[in-house]
Design a protein around this ligand. Structure first.
Ligand SMILES: Cc1cc2nc3c(=O)[nH]c(=O)nc-3n(C[C@H](O)[C@H](O)[C@H](O)COP(=O)(O)OP(=O)(O)OC[C@H]3O[C@@H](n4cnc5c(N)ncnc54)[C@H](O)[C@@H]3O)c2cc1C
Length: 690
């Protein structure tokens, strides 16, 4: 049924993005571009107008003229598509993505509207890094076409072609490069590594340009891993058990990586991370607004896997961040403090936001001389020359579905799609370094939390739209979809998920009971799994109360099943009742004995499931980022396969490699952030002094 025509003005009110009509299409026609690769897209306005796409493109359908609307679930809420048809074609597409993450799905409305109008079809390529919003738009567009045609139009499921994930560097005509900038140090990406590299280079007096593809910086993460900071050395005076033996740490990290790591790089973190944290502590506490805390616990005794008190977390002080979203509040305040530091530093820093690096530039000898970037607002290209060097800190590739399927297919089975607070890494930095001759890690590694969930009718996997479930990390009883317990539930985040992959339909259920608060405290978790303050008062990332409030929402939405009996719980979770009841009875028997004779879990984490109400939820992975990248040497120079450095090119963080393989050893709290910052600082010191 045709919906009543609404005026464009009415519709645009309150819309964050996206409207393209046939009348405005001319500027895009004649520009062959792929939505997967917006880098190759000529500047808007540069394309020649040509004939409007023939209506036959809509597979010979005819329409009842009018305007139709449809919605589909995106990341933040419903994405709304409004399409106008004449008898033979789509004449206007308007997309409301105001519910989506502003810098991700919230930006793709125009792009997708153009693509649908140009293709005269809902079956268009999605935008890399915003696949959930893209899919929602396509689903809603297919619905509009179905309404207008009276025929059910279905989208064909397209798997990205994984074998050519690397592609080749885009050719950009000199005439399209309409701006040139010169600097000494060029930092690509303003996130955890980029901030530290920028501040250090500025402190050393260098002229710095930072390019960041988003509209603003990505806040540094706030669990920072180090060894022998001042705070740690002080703590060891009263708490000698927390002292970390450097050689033991090295052996552990090599073991976690099964040897696919560079021991010398790990030693750079071990030997320099203390200085990094001391510098940050002075810088932040010097403002009078912050206090740096050491997370001074390794849990109650050690189980299979030993924990190390490496985590440092800055908190606003004496003012405290709101409990409801501590990470967001801390992040915003950190960005402010760091911006002020750059303004006051002896060097000269310019930030270029909404500017994406497209490729590196090299001279005849292969030395990197700068980059070509693209302004994401007006799409003009910029050449940025860096006389001292380029420091890549562009993050990993977790939002690039094609790269993920090619390099980490098993991660794609573990994770559900949930990207409200994930990394922005789309692999563009890694690809640019590979095009310039860099070598990449031989194995791949994700950073995954078992802190998402899916409905009892769903299984884990990237095609499932998941929900936030921070409680998932707690080492309660877990059973597979046959209702059976299958491993020691306590250990690094990813061990549980890797064990899950070995189970039917790579999905498991987390089971807890009415006493879960008491047990969560008794677990004495470390790092960001902890839900209660540390012994010295350092706050946990999230408190039990905040996390339980999220659980209440999940119960209402049908993700968490709450039941009065174990039988009812098993039915709600769609798992075999008899197996499940037998598994719980056996588990309770071991809990009462205080010994896990089946899988060896620590006694203080053997907590029975015997008091109603009972709770259960299908749990899956939330992927934060990827941790494998281009190989670097101990000066953070990017290296080729033969180990020689690419002159002019340095890297830190998730786009760099040699440090992690297969998993993230989170029992060294804050290791990812700590290595990124330590390496960013070291690279900047070296480059600034060239
Ligand atoms: C929600 C969350 C919480 C985390 N918490 C912790 C923690 O507490 N402790 C810990 O150790 N680790 C944590 N991690 C992991 C940690 O943040 C990373 O491992 C790493 O330290 C990130 O640093 P980075 O500089 O490499 O990347 P990022 O911080 O992701 O920054 C990369 C930046 O580059 C930009 N960029 C990408 N491509 C381009 C391009 N082509 N042009 C211009 N800009 C570009 C991105 O937009 C982004 O701003 C967390 C990760 C997430 C997602």
């Amino acid at each position: 049924m045709a919906k009543p025509e609404i005026t464009r003005r009415e519709f645009i009110k309150g819309i964050a993005a996206g409207a393209v009509s046939v009348a405005t299409l001319g500027v895009l026609q004649g520009c062959e571009y792929s939505l997967q690769d917006s880098k190759a897209k000529p500047a808007l306005g540069g394309g020649a107008a040509s004939a409007i796409v023939p209506p036959e493109a809509v597979s010979g359908l005819t329409f009842t003229p009018g305007t139709y609307e449809a919605s589909a679930k995106g990341i933040g809420g419903d994405v709304k598509v409004t399409m106008t048809f004449d008898e033979k074609s789509i004449t206007d597409v308007q997309i409301d993505v105001s519910s989506e993450t502003p810098d991700v799905g919230g930006k793709i409305g125009d792009q997708m509207a153009s693509a649908i109008l140009q293709a005269q079809s809902a079956d268009v390529d999605g935008v890399t890094g915003a696949t959930v919003t893209s899919d929602a738009i396509k689903t809603a567009a297919a619905d509009c076409i179905s309404q207008a045609s009276g025929t059910t139009v279905q989208l064909t499921e397209k798997e990205p072609e994984v074998s050519d994930w690397l592609g080749t560097a885009p050719e950009i005509a000199e005439s399209d490069i309409t701006e040139t900038l010169d600097t000494e140090v060029l930092v690509v990406g303003c996130g955890t590594g980029g901030w530290i590299a920028t501040m250090t280079a500025a402190e050393e007096g260098a002229k710095v340009i930072v390019v960041e593809k988003n509209e603003g910086p990505t806040a540094v993460r706030e669990d920072i891993g180090a060894i022998n900071s001042r705070l740690q050395l002080e703590e060891y005076q009263t708490n000698p058990d927390l002292a970390i033996d450097k050689m033991e740490a090295l052996q552990e990290l090599v073991r976690y990586g099964s040897g696919y790591v560079d021991s010398d790089l790990i030693k750079v973190w071990i030997d320099n991370s203390g200085e990094l944290v001391d510098w940050l502590t002075d810088l932040m506490e010097g403002t009078g607004k912050w206090k740096m805390f050491l997370e001074n616990s390794t849990g109650a005794g050690h189980g299979r896997d030993k924990a190390y008190a490496t985590g440092h977390s800055p908190h606003l002080f004496p003012e405290v961040e709101p409990e409801s979203d501590r990470a967001a509040a801390t992040g915003a305040a950190l960005n402010e403090t760091f911006t002020q530091f750059c303004e006051e530093a002896p060097g000269d820093v310019s930030f270029r936001f909404s500017t994406a690096m497209v490729k590196l530039e090299q001279d005849a000898n292969g030395k990197v001389t700068g980059i070509i970037a693209q302004d994401r607002n007006d799409e003009h290209y910029i050449r940025i020359n860096a006389s001292k060097g380029v420091i890549m800190s562009s993050g990993g590739y977790s939002t690039n579905t094609q790269m993920m399927l090619a390099l980490q297919p098993m991660t794609m089975d573990m994770k559900v799609t949930y990207s409200k607070r994930g990394s922005f890494g789309d692999g563009s930095g890694i690809k640019a370094m590979l095009w310039a001759g860099a070598a990449m890690d031989p194995t791949h590694a994700g950073m995954m939390f078992n802190r998402c969930c899916c409905l009892p009718t769903e299984t884990a996997g990237y095609k499932t739209q998941g929900e936030y479930f921070w409680f998932g990390e707690q080492p309660f009883l877990k059973v597979n979809l046959n209702g059976k317990r299958f491993c020691n539930e306590s250990g690094p985040y990813e061990f549980m998920l890797h064990s899950m992959v070995m189970q039917p339909n790579h999905t498991y259920c987390t089971i807890f009971d009415a006493n879960n608060r008491k047990y969560a405290e008794q677990f004495e978790e470390v790092g960001c799994c902890r839900l209660f303050p540390f012994p010295n008062g350092a706050l946990s990332n999230r408190s039990y109360d905040a996390v339980w409030a999220n659980n209440e929402d999940r119960i209402k939405e049908g993700y968490i099943i709450k039941a009065d009996t174990l039988e009812e719980l098993a039915e709600g979770l769609n798992i075999p009742v008899d197996n499940f009841v037998a598994a719980v009875n056996r588990y309770n028997e071991l809990c009462y004995k205080g010994v896990d004779e089946d899988y060896g879990k620590e006694p203080h984490r053997m907590t029975p499931v015997d008091t109603a109400p009972f709770y259960g939820v299908r749990t899956a992975a939330w992927q934060l980022t990827t941790l494998d990248g281009c190989r670097i040497n101990t000066d953070m120079q990017v290296i080729r396969e033969d180990g020689t450095p690419i002159e002019g090119l340095w890297a830190t963080g998730d786009c760099s490699g040699g440090f992690f393989a297969n998993n993230y050893p989170n029992l060294f709290t804050g290791l990812a952030c700590g290595r990124t910052m330590t390496f960013g600082r070291r690279a900047a010191k070296i480059v600034a002094h060239l």
